[in-house]
Design a protein around this ligand. Structure first.
Ligand code: DX5
Ligand code: ZN
Length: 219
């Protein structure tokens, strides 16, 4: 299976965002990760649909939207119209997950479910055949600094489930991914890696990205 790194641009300095996008394209990345926050599901606010529209004009990278919002249904159409390539919603949002996932699928883009650290993948087992990706949160959304390695057990569980059930969702991790911990998740058979500040806040974003790519390309 091919692995992908999705840089999360939430913490990127807007002044260098264009340079970062060009660098991601030069490195032949598949896409970027975009955090949408409503100030309710998480205390902060993230990007909106106008920004997603701007990005879709600016780059051909796959736009991987992570909706950290309480009521995703009201945003889904807007973001698809704005150019989203994928929409991931949280397992503990206020809405019916089955309905949401079938709606996202019917709009012709990839769907995903994000699992916060305290949630078990068992809770979404009936939806696994319907989705393109499970996003395992290695930290609580909007917070930093937890011990993230233990989340590799969830990746293991999801990988076994996928093999036994002949399913083909991808498994991704999000939160605090760096060159020091990516290997743990590679060993658990994780496919995709969201990495934010390690890349975009570094003085050497290209070098840090390359450090991650060295691990995934050899995996
Ligand atoms: C966490 C967000 C992440 C975050 C990743 O609340 O969902 O996508 O931007 O950034 P780092 O890698 O800095 O934790
Ligand atoms: Zn995210």
């Amino acid at each position: 299976m091919t692995h992908h790194i999705f840089p999360s641009i939430l913490d990127a300095d807007p002044k260098i965002l264009n340079d970062l996008l060009r660098m991601f394209e030069m490195q032949h990345l598949k896409g970027i990760h975009i955090d949408i926050m409503d100030g309710n599901y998480v205390p902060s606010f993230g990007f909106n649909e106008r920004f997603v529209k701007w990005l879709s004009r600016e780059t051909n990278l796959y736009l991987d939207l992570h909706l950290m919002v309480s009521s995703p249904e009201k945003y889904v159409d807007k973001f698809v119209e704005a150019g989203a390539s994928a929409i991931t919603v949280h397992s503990d949002c206020n809405e019916d997950l089955y309905y949401l996932i079938t709606k996202i699928n019917s709009l012709g883009i990839d769907s995903g479910i994000a699992l916060n650290p305290g949630f078990s993948p068992e809770s979404i087992k009936y939806l696994l055949p319907l989705i393109r990706r499970v996003l395992v949160m290695t930290t609580c959304p909007g917070r930093v600094g937890q011990n993230i390695s233990i989340m590799s057990q969830k990746v293991n569980w999801l990988d076994k489930k996928r093999k036994n059930g002949n399913l083909n969702y991808r498994i991704a991790v999000d939160g605090g991914i760096t060159s020091s911990n990516i290997q743990t998740f590679m060993c658990a058979n994780c496919d995709d890696f969201v990495s934010g500040s390690y890349i975009v806040k570094s003085k050497t974003p290209r070098e840090n990205l390359k450090k991650l790519l060295r691990v995934t390309d050899n995996g």
